[in-house]
Design a protein around this ligand. Structure first.
Ligand code: PLP
Length: 402
């Protein structure tokens, strides 16, 4: 075979695989938005849509104060660092943000990454080796799974949110030196909050550390928004918290790990995504710092988010839809059937509401749904309009009878 033909084989195989994804309905198209992120967004066809699918829980992504803080930080610190942190890429604003993050989540210290994906990717390998055990929830985020894969520790997986199975796995791991239980604080497909009280009790009984990824919680879960550990009253019992700056805390990008001082120091010395990747842009560091100051001074955004969530959850259930019960602003509206979920989301879109349909393999077979995410930025009028649109589509598709 000629070199050219060999190459063409490669590309035609990619083309066939893509066509296969499209046929199975698994191809992910990208919607183009021409406005800021917000409770409403303007699509490239010029229509304004109510947005129910951003992780913009506190409404800060397009917020004027956040944007202003990013501009101010850019003017003061410049556009970028052209360096990793330990060479010449650490500015005052990075140290201030690490201090503010660790204070906010109630830990001794914190370390910044370009993304939570990197925080999780660079967490396990420097801290644990073949003598140790990582005990991980079966539905943990992809970045946790990848991070664990990069580490030589023995891997134990417990059934999602199943405390009896977690205990069995801890028993299987008893001969290991260090043990760490690893879980998402909130599972984003269902809005399920990990049972941190029971997890911490098991960790105490078996001498394990506890790590949570609070990407869908930092800033708004718990009475003052510190996260799922505050929500469950276990602040002080969690050893490692990873999180993102790319969701509630302003939504640009960036991630962090918060823990005890000696652990964060170890990560600064050994964590590969930290050592071999650029410093967070000053605009992001400065805006994230301003966001944390704002959230520490007042819970008004967090309170509005939970009021909106309670309002929407109650109203959508009263319309006759089945939702996964809970309190988190992720509200899964269950349709069970994959084509139905797709059709439902498409019809919402045509009628001016943006929400995503999810089906197997992203969620279990037979558990297809339209996932709604509530924001503090939604007005009651927007939520009412969204609810009316859900009702209309529900009637059109024969799901609601009245
Ligand atoms: C979104 C998310 C991430 C990735 O965050 P980025 O900062 O966008 O990389 C990691 N873990 C969980 C649980 C998430 O929900």
């Amino acid at each position: 075979m000629s070199a050219t033909a060999a190459k063409e084989n490669f590309y035609s195989e990619l083309g066939r695989n893509l066509a296969g994804l499209r046929e199975q309905g698994l191809y992910k198209p990208e919607r183009v938005i021409s406005s800021r992120q917000g409770a409403e967004v303007v699509c490239d066809d010029g229509r304004t849509l109510i947005n129910l699918c951003a992780n913009n829980y506190l409404g800060l992504s397009g917020d004027e104060e956040t944007v202003r803080a990013a501009i101010d930080a850019t003017e003061k610190y410049g556009y970028g660092l052209s360096s990793v942190r330990f060479i010449c890429g650490t500015q005052t604003v990075h140290k201030q943000l690490e201090r503010a993050l660790s204070d906010f989540v109630g830990m001794q210290d914190a370390i910044l990454y370009a993304a939570a994906f990197d925080a999780n990717g660079g967490l396990f390998e420097p801290l644990f080796d073949e003598n140790d055990a990582i005990i991980s929830d079966a539905l943990n985020h992809a970045s946790i799974i990848d991070g664990i894969r990069l580490c030589k520790a023995a891997r134990f997986r417990y059934e999602h949110n199943d405390m009896a199975d977690l205990e069995r796995q801890l028993q299987s791991a008893t001969d290991k030196r260090h043990k760490v239980i690893v879980t998402d604080g909130v599972f984003s497909m269902d809005g399920t909050i990990a049972q941190l009280g029971r997890i911490c009790d098991l960790a105490d009984r078996y001498g394990a550390l506890v790590m949570i990824d609070d990407s869908h919680a930092t800033g708004f879960m718990g009475k003052t928004g510190r996260g799922t550990h505050e929500h469950h009253g276990v602040m002080g019992r969690i050893d490692i918290i990873t999180g993102t700056l790319g969701k509630a805390l302003g939504g640009a990008m960036g991630g962090f790990t918060a823990a005890r001082r000696e652990m964060i120091d170890t990560l600064r010395q050994k964590s590969r995504p930290y050592l071999f990747s650029n410093s967070l842009a000053p605009s992001i560091a400065g805006a994230s710092l301003a966001v944390l100051e704002r959230l520490s001074a007042s819970t008004v955004l967090r309170d509005r988010l939970h009021d909106n969530t309670a309002y929407f959850r109650k109203a959508i259930a009263e319309l006759g839809f089945t939702i996964k019960p809970g309190t988190h602003p992720v509200v899964p509206v269950m349709l069970f059937d994959a084509p139905l979920a797709q059709k439902f989301a498409q019809r919402l879109y045509e009628l001016g509401v943006l929400a995503t349909g999810f089906f197997y393999p992203v969620v279990p077979m037979g558990q297809a749904r339209v996932r709604v995410q509530i924001s503090a930025a939604h007005t009651r009028a927007q939520l009412d309009q969204a609810l009316a649109t859900f009702a209309q589509v529900g009637r059109e598709l024969g799901l609601l009878t009245n």
